[in-house]
Ligand binder design. Sequence first.
Ligand SMILES: *Cc1c(COP(=O)(O)O)cnc(C)c1O
Length: 400
Amino acid sequence: MAGAELIGKEEIKEVMDVLETGIIMRYGFDKERKGIFKVREFEEACAKYCGVKYALGVTSGSAALKVALTAMNIGPGDEVIVPAFTFVATYEAVMEVGAIPVMVDIDDTLNLDPLEIEKKKTRYTKAVIPVHMCGSAANIDKITEIARKNKLLVLEDNAQGCGASFKGKKLGSFGDMGCFSFDYVKTVTTGEGGMVISNNRDLYLRSEWYHDHGHDHNPKVSRALEGRTILGFNYRMNELQGALGLAQLSKLDYLIGEQKKNKKFIMDVLAKVPGVGFRAKPDRDGDSATFLAFNLPDEKQAQKFQNLLAAEGVETVCYKRNLWHYVPNWEHFLAKSTANSKKYPFKDTSNKGKVKYLRKSIPYAEDILGRTLVMGISVKMSQEKLDSIRKGIEQAVKKM
Ligand SMILES: *Cc1c(COP(=O)(O)O)cnc(C)c1O
C-alpha cells in the first residue's frame, strides 16, 4: 500500500494551504491564490527528484501514458512494443492514440526483454514501452541502446517504480519520456494522479499544451487570451492533488528504506527454502522494495506452495493467473471489444489483423510468471507481523 499508509499531518497541512485560498485549479486566479501553486511546486520537486529538466502533473498514470504518446507523435498506423506483463492501462493508452500495441516477451527481470525489440519491430514500429513492474528495473540501458540504434522512441511506464533507480539514475529518466501513477495503491499517492517527465523541451511543451486544451500558458496574458497551436484535451492535475503529492514525495526515501528492511527480513526466510529462487534485478540497491517476487522450480510446485502459504495467512499473487496484468488473460482485449463498436485501432488498414497475441510467442513469460509468486511489502510491518509471515513460510515448507 506504500504512500497511503503514511497519510498524516504533512498531507493535511499541504491540503489546508490550498483550501484556505479556495483556489483548487492549478492555472489562473493569480491574485486570489496568494502565491500558492502546489501542482507547479510538486512538478518541480518531481523533476529534481528524478534528475530531469521537465515534469508535468496529470490526472492519472493512464492519462500520463496517453499524453506522452501524443506528444511523441504516435498515432494511427503506428506500432508500439509493449511487454506481455504489465497493467492493462499500458495497452489501453496505445490504443487510445490509435496505435497498435505489439506484445513481446519478458526476461528474468520480469520486464521487457531487450532482445525482443529487433525481433518484433516492423516498418510501422515507432516506440518501445518498457514497464518497470513491481518496483524493479528492466534492463533499461540495453533497451535504450537497442531502441536508439533502431530509431525507436522509448517511453518508460514507471507507474510501479516511483523512487526506484538503475545504477544511481532514477527510473523514468532513461527514456525520451517517463510516466508515473499516483493512484491510491501506488508508491506515492495523490488519490488519483500521474506525472510525465522528460529532458526534451519539445516533448514537454507538446505534453503541456495537449493536456490543457492546447493552452500555451503564456505568463504575459490572462488565461482567456492565451494562444494555441495544437488541439488538446483536459488531463489537468488539481491543487489538492499537487498538495498531497508534495507531502508524499517528501516521505518517499523514508518509505523505500522501511520497505527494504521488511523485504530483507522475508527474503532471508525464503532464501533458506530449498528450490526457491528470486527475480533477477539489474540493480539490487535501486529496488523500491514495494514487492517481493520469488520463484519455484515449476508451476505445480508454485501453486502448491501458494495454497499452503494462503492457508497460513500469507497472501501471494501468481501473475500468470492474474486478470489485469497479463495479456493472455484479457478476454475483452483479445476479442477486440473496444468501447465503441468500431473496433479501432484493430481495424486500422495498415494493421490488417497481422498483430497477434499468442501465448506461444511469449514462452519465457509463460514459464517464469507461472512459477513466480509475488508478495506485497508494506511500509509499516510490525515485528509481530514479520514473525507471523516467517512462521507461515516455515509451516508451509514443512507441508510441501
Ligand atoms: C497503475 C498503473 C498504470 C495506470 O495508472 P493509473 O493512475 O491507475 O491510471 C499504468 N501502468 C502501470 C504499470 C500501472 O501499474
